[in-house]
Design a protein around this ligand. Structure first.
Ligand code: 13P
Length: 274
């Protein structure tokens, strides 16, 4: 993760962080990564553990990384409970997100600092969030009970990064998880202000349906990781045809997911790492 971000920051591009909830999704991603040789982050969200076990997801990701020798890392997305975070660390996750974004600032600092200290003793990368990316429609990612978007302030971002020693920081600049109720209004000035002040990788959550131009602009202006999930689900759903047989349907959905990832690699300007 450290090496990936070093290159992405130097060369101004973003790496897709793609969530998966079953073998079909990870297999689709893995095939595209094998074909393109581009870097990827395979993410398992704590709120998706109702669909797949943490160990099952980890073993699947590990299987495809080894099978194709992929330039990929395994990441826990929106980690909130101590048990799940500890389990992920024990399983061998490369990277953990501690999501305290629904908590008051001081509490978010406290919990993030604790996770950073422990994770760093095991050489595990930590992402955290300040401000709060809320939820739109059709989202499988739940982050906090009160799910309204709170934009990240520059001052809070600087203070939070300094106090916690987080490796990367998810900031809230106008995207939401899932589909939008209205149109996304991305605050690029805020992004540039924060980018100027911080030297760690910045993360954008809620990439789906945010608009290709917006996402490309984010990647070019300092976002190094873009989380995408809902758009893959929608692509698969749209390819689903009840008149087709089981295997043809599975294949059509896989191809739809693959095309979406090929598309986002281009939008994010993701580059091969030699
Ligand atoms: P979307 O489902 O909106 O792409 O968000 C994914 C995400 O941010 C996962 O953390």
């Amino acid at each position: 993760m450290y090496k990936m971000f070093e290159i992405a920051m130097k060369e101004n591009f973003a790496i897709p962080s793609v969530n998966f909830v079953d073998r079909e999704m990870i297999r689709a991603y893995a095939e595209v990564v094998n074909e393109t040789k581009l870097p990827i982050i395979f993410s398992i969200a704590e709120s998706h553990l109702i669909y797949i076990d943490l160990k099952e997801a980890f073993l699947l990701a590990e299987y495809y990384i080894k099978k194709y020798n992929l330039n990929a890392v395994i990441h826990l997305d929106h980690g909130q409970s101590t048990e799940i975070i500890n389990e992920a660390m024990e399983l061998g996750f490369d990277s953990i997100m501690i999501d305290g974004s629904g908590l008051p600032f001081e509490e978010n600092v406290k919990i993030t600092k604790r996770v950073v200290e422990f994770a760093h003793s095991k050489n595990i990368f930590v992402e955290s969030e300040i401000g709060h990316v809320g939820s739109g429609e059709l989202t499988g990612i739940s982050c906090s009970a009160d799910d309204d978007t709170v934009y990240t302030s520059k001052e809070e971002a600087i203070k939070f990064a300094k106090l916690t020693s987080t490796d990367s920081l998810a900031i809230s600049i106008g995207t939401v998880h899932g589909s939008y109720k209205g149109k996304p209004k991305i605050n690029f000035e805020r992004l540039q202000e924060i980018r100027k002040e911080l030297s760690i990788p910045l993360v954008l959550h809620g990439g789906s349906s945010s608009g290709d131009e917006n996402l490309n602009k984010c990647a070019k202006n300092g976002i190094n990781k873009i989380n995408i999930y809902t758009d893959f689900i929608i692509a698969a759903q749209n390819a689903n045809d009840s008149k087709m047989g089981y295997f043809d349907n599975k294949n059509a959905m896989k191809e739809a997911i693959k095309n979406k990832l090929r598309h986002y690699f281009k939008v994010f300007d993701t580059k091969e790492m030699k």
